[in-house]
Design a protein around this ligand. Structure first.
Ligand code: ADP
Ligand code: MG
Length: 248
């Protein structure tokens, strides 16, 4: 069953066609990768899904409801969480406090940085936060200030901040960007670990090792549109993809 359906989506920035008639369907429970060269429109497409960018034309439906015209927090509450291309964490707070913010937001319905302290009095929210830190191997850094963490650890924290919201759909924009090979491998293992939990994932990724070891379906974007779609094996074998992207 399709959980996310994107059809006929166009977006122009001035004279630039950033998205040019994008059609893409994501199956519920699957891991769907979007690959393509820099500037292909991948991040713009994700921005359309989370309400940061409004398409000029087209439809975006999630679980049978249109996402267009809905505000970012409404989309979040509908069950869509996103890991951004650059980590968006609260540097002056600890790892635990960062996870408490979205954990509380899920219960309270508002995502406001200054409200997390209220969550400390709620045992069930604290437990959820502690559990997710264990799960993502962040328990040792629980009381560390986030601005002193490595980029790779911040990315893991961001993933924890998404997962604690118990999303139906998780959007990951280059989750291994800037990571060492060891951190990348570790992230792939973590993503595999959470793959069986019924969370649908859309992952933008430049690292083919990551894409081919995680995704069931791969869509290839170039110049604002989807030029190919298939299993990793089909995509690897496609001459068109080789030409547009993999062969460089
Ligand atoms: P990708 O994530 O595939 O690298 P992007 O979606 O970031 O590509 O960008 C697609 C194209 O749209 C690029 O040419 C980029 O410069 C342009 N673009 C993205 N966002 C904006 C914006 N807010 N204003 C103007 N141009 C943009
Ligand atoms: Mg991008």
């Amino acid at each position: 069953m399709t959980i996310l359906s994107i059809s006929g989506v166009n977006k122009r920035f001035g004279g630039l066609r950033a998205l040019d008639n994008v059609n893409l369907n994501v199956k519920e429970g699957s891991v769907h990768a979007i690959i393509g060269p820099n500037g292909a429109g991948k991040s713009t497409l994700l921005n359309c899904l989370v309400g940061r960018i409004v398409p000029d034309e087209g439809r975006v439906d999630f679980a049978g409801h249109s996402l267009l015209g809905r505000k970012a927090h409404e989309i979040n509450q509908a069950g869509i969480a996103r890991v951004f291309q650059t980590p968006e964490t609260f540097g002056e707070l600890t790892v635990f406090e960062n996870v408490m913010i979205p954990a509380f937001a899920r219960h309270d319905g508002s995502f406001r940085i200054n409200l997390w302290k209220r969550a400390l009095g709620r045992a069930e929210i604290r437990e959820e936060a502690e559990h997710i830190l264990e799960d993502l191997q962040l328990a040792d850094q629980r009381d560390q200030r986030v601005d002193s963490m490595s980029r790779g650890d911040k990315r893991r924290l961001e993933l924890a901040m998404c997962l604690v919201q118990k999303p139906k759909l998780l959007l990951l924009d280059e989750p291994t960007a800037g990571m060492s090979r060891a951190d990348t491998n570790n992230t792939v293992e973590l993503l595999k670990k959470i793959a069986g939990r019924g969370i649908t994932k859309v992952i933008i990724e430049h690292d083919m090792h990551v894409v081919f070891s995680l995704a069931e379906t791969v869509s290839v974007m170039a110049q604002g549109t989807v030029i190919a779609e298939g299993t990793p094996a089909e995509i690897k074998a496609s001459p068109r993809v080789q030409e547009a992207y993999l062969g460089g």
